[in-house]
Ligand binder design. Structure first.
Ligand code: F3S
Length: 780
């Protein structure tokens, strides 16, 4: 029996949420017959634009789909956080459409600095960023999007509480969007440009992922928590182990987890590079939907699972779990009963140490033994269960007269969880113990942390968080802060000790009256006894119809926001008269092409952020960093010269080495060069996602057929393409060469290049960008 199915035995019609899913699933079954499917495949394939074409093309007649088929998907909705929503919305606006093709929401969470406490920080954050928030809110009103104002909560928590429904497919403009896999959705983290494709109603492309099964047995006990499962898995698989995979959990252990625990595990699938992660729908999922006042969703899910398709076999029913006998590309078994708490870090989430070995590792590695701060909460770990488990140990310590020795911060994931914890007294317990409750926002998780403890940049120190990422500088901008990840319970207990070598499972603390105190194993409640309190509803502007009269708030003098002009289309001929702006050597990551840090505030202002373009690239001819020479020999920074050439209408190209554009999938790394006048990038090899992003923005990525030709091309050389226009006209078929004319000597020669341009991508490039093309055929 499927979870929550007891209410339904004779179903005659489907709830609207599931009508489309059901008819697509029936098609999937028609095409694939009795093939056994994982849950991830069922949901993913049931969101295909054209089921037959996607599942049969490039596959062994519907077999071996994974890793081979190019899926063109139609997601159900898009969720955007405030930092990435800016460029996504600016791009959407450049399409001149009256509304989005699918529902979407905006969440103001990334821009609030955590410092003194919720009220002060929120007010300060609103003041500093009001221009961005006003823009996002007005765009939401104009296009009919849900808007969650600053203070409403962190995107993934809000999505789990409000939008996640089993069987949905969502895109989120944030890497931890897979959090919603804890409620049996397929939710994938994407960049703004991908989100816009979905918003204009175009199919979103994905190479069919492989499926990594994680079979759970046993049951967590004592100090072990869902966080420890994913911390352990990150250690096993490393930060790249999940690349190209969806991680799907199965087995009897799944039934023992809470819904929010499953979400924590899916959230951190991003740390192993997985496309997304998913859990089956269980009784705990149904209980969470009920606690978040979505009883109807429980009924709908039950009705859907009991509604047969054509034929009466088991396959005709869509169950929110894998088919019996479904095959996984890889299968890992984990016995939850044997799992112990883990601590991961510093500086990488896959450096995993079991708690029992942490003390000796700290001493061996000479990591700081003093713990400066413990931070709990965030989108990863601020559930009712997490917080009440923490509350149980805080109460015990409080009764023994103890206070945390390290600074102790709590970030609620949403107003709903904050208000509920306040209603039920949990937050007061933390505050009484000296904990500082920060606003319902990302804050210290994304470098928005103004530390109050006087730890200066450059000071080596250790902190523990229950967050998900721990790259250098991630929390406080200090590269010397050693940031470790653990469950909220472990973080809190260690904050009481103020020590990284304290093991709360085995060690004791001394109380003020000299007694020995040992923490009891934490215990908490899966959810509140009465449904969640929605808190202050001033934070949300929801489900509004689009208002064409709404003026989107962008000041023409703004430094942070600027309207986008569509890029010009490809000329009706090959490209000619391009000049090499710079030849770069060594690594050229997306961070090299578009640096982060202080530049993040210009994410919505393409001209301003473009002033960082390639500003840490190494000039291959001079070994200088961020130096390029104009045709007259004058010296400039790379972005300055690019800007000069843009003003002169001088189109250009960059020549580079291997794996150009590796690193995070930053769309600005493709947008900025395009804005400044780049038409092609020529290198020895590309990082895959960046190569795709370039094509989406109308820049042609070409790789040298003979790597030695890298040595023959230099800055200032003139380049024309031969065969590129024909290749694009022929949907990506045909040979391309570069005709190089050497600066100074005028010597000419041909350089053969390779390309990976598909038919769709050829269309994008010819139109000037993917958006130019998609907006013409938008289905809104
Ligand atoms: Fe925000 Fe950190 Fe989560 S930045 S969305 S709390 S991963």
């Amino acid at each position: 029996q499927a979870a929550g199915s007891r209410q339904y035995s004779n179903i005659t019609s489907l709830p609207p949420t599931y009508e489309k899913l059901h008819s697509k699933y029936t098609e999937v079954r028609r095409v694939l017959g009795a093939q056994r499917l994982t849950l991830a495949e069922k949901i993913l394939y049931s969101h295909l634009d054209n089921v037959e074409e996607s599942l049969l093309n490039n596959t062994n007649n519907g077999r071996d789909i994974r890793g081979k088929a190019n899926l063109k998907l139609k997601p159900d909705r898009v969720n955007m956080q405030d930092a990435s929503a800016q460029m996504a919305l600016l791009q959407f606006m450049s399409c001149n459409l009256p509304q989005t093709a699918i529902p979407a929401s905006i969440h103001c969470d990334h821009l609030i600095v955590g410092s003194k406490g919720a009220d002060d920080d929120l007010q300060a954050g609103i003041q500093t960023n009001h221009e961005v928030f006003d823009f996002l809110e007005s765009a939401a009103k104009k296009y009919g999007l849900d808007f969650w104002a600053p203070g409403a909560g962190i995107i993934h928590q809000t999505v789990l509480e409000n939008y996640a429904i089993p069987g949905l497919m969502m895109l989120g403009t944030d890497s931890h969007s897979p959090n919603a896999g804890g409620l049996s959705t397929i939710t994938i983290g994407v960049g703004g440009a991908d989100a816009v494709e979905a918003l204009v109603g175009a199919p979103w492309e994905l190479k069919a992922p492989k499926v990594l099964g994680v079979r759970l047995t046993g049951k967590l006990s004592n100090w072990a928590s869902p966080k420890d499962l994913i911390l352990h898995l990150a250690g096993l698989l490393t930060v790249r182990g999940g690349t190209g995979y969806i991680v799907e959990y199965l087995g009897p252990g799944v039934e023992t987890l809470s819904c929010t625990g499953m979400a924590t595990i899916c959230n951190m699938g991003a740390e192993i590079g997985a496309t997304t992660s998913i859990f089956p729908y269980t009784e705990a999922s149904a209980r969470y939907l009920e606690a978040t006042r979505r009883e109807q969703a429980v009924k709908n899910a039950a009705a859907f699972q009991n509604f047969p398709g054509a034929g009466a076999s088991e396959d005709a029913y869509f169950r929110f779990k894998a088919d019996e006998g479904a095959q996984y590309d890889e299968l890992i078994e984990i016995d939850l009963s044997k799992l112990e708490p883990h601590i991961n870090g510093p500086h990488t989430p896959d450096l995993s140490t079991p708690l029992s070995q942490f003390k000796s590792t700290v001493q061996e590695q000479k990591w700081p033994e003093k713990l400066s701060a413990g931070l709990i909460g965030s989108c990863t770990n601020s559930s009712y269960e997490d917080m009440t488990r923490v509350e149980s140990i805080v109460r015990a310590a409080e009764e023994a007269g103890l206070k945390p020795k390290a600074d102790f911060y709590v970030t609620p994931g949403s107003e709903q969880i904050r208000a509920t914890l306040e209603r039920d007294g949990t937050l007061q317990t933390f505050e009484k113990a000296g904990g500082i409750v920060l606003s319902n926002a990302c804050g210290p998780c994304i470098g928005q942390w103004k530390r109050q403890d006087g730890v200066e940049k450059g000071t080596v120190n250790a902190i523990l968080t229950s967050y998900n990422r721990n790259f250098r500088g991630r929390n406080d901008g200090n590269l010397d802060t050693m940031n470790f990840l653990a469950s909220p319970e472990i973080v809190t207990a260690m904050a009481y000790a103020g020590s990284t070598t304290f093991n709360p499972v085995t060690d004791s603390l001394t109380t003020p009256d000299g007694k020995e105190f040992k923490f009891p194993a934490p215990h908490g409640l899966e959810g509140p006894k009465t449904p969640f309190d929605i808190g202050k509803d001033v934070f949300k502007v929801a489900s509004q119809p689009p208002n064409p009269n709404e003026k989107v708030a962008i000041s023409p003098t703004s430094e942070r926001l600027a309207l986008l002009e569509p890029f010009e289309p490809f000329p009706n001929s090959d490209l000619s008269g391009l000049k090499v702006l710079v030849k770069v050597s060594g690594k050229c990551t997306t961070d090299t092409i578009s640096a982060a840090g202080p530049w993040l505030k210009y994410k919505g202002h393409l001209p301003n952020i473009s002033a960082n373009t390639l500003n840490t690239a190494v000039n291959a001819e001079t070994d200088e960093v961020n130096v390029a020479y104009d045709l007259d020999g004058s010296k400039h920074t790379i972005p300055e010269l690019a800007k000069l050439w843009k003003e002169r209408n001088q189109p250009w190209l960059v020549v580079a080495e291997h794996n150009y554009g590796e690193g995070s999938a930053r769309e600005h790394a493709a947008l900025q060069p395009r804005y400044l006048g780049a038409r092609i990038i020529v290198c020895k090899s590309f990082a895959r996602i960046h190569e795709t992003n370039l094509k989406k923005q109308g820049v042609v990525p070409l790789t040298l057929a003979n790597e030695q030709d890298y040595d023959k091309i230099a800055a200032g050389d003139e380049v024309a393409t031969v065969g590129l226009y024909d290749m694009l006209q022929n949907g990506g078929q045909g040979e391309v060469q570069l005709k190089v004319t050497k600066k100074g000597t005028g010597e000419e020669f041909l350089v053969p290049v390779k390309h990976q341009v598909s038919k769709d991508q050829a269309g994008f490039i010819l139109a000037g960008s993917a958006l130019n093309l998609l907006s013409k055929s938008a289905s809104v």
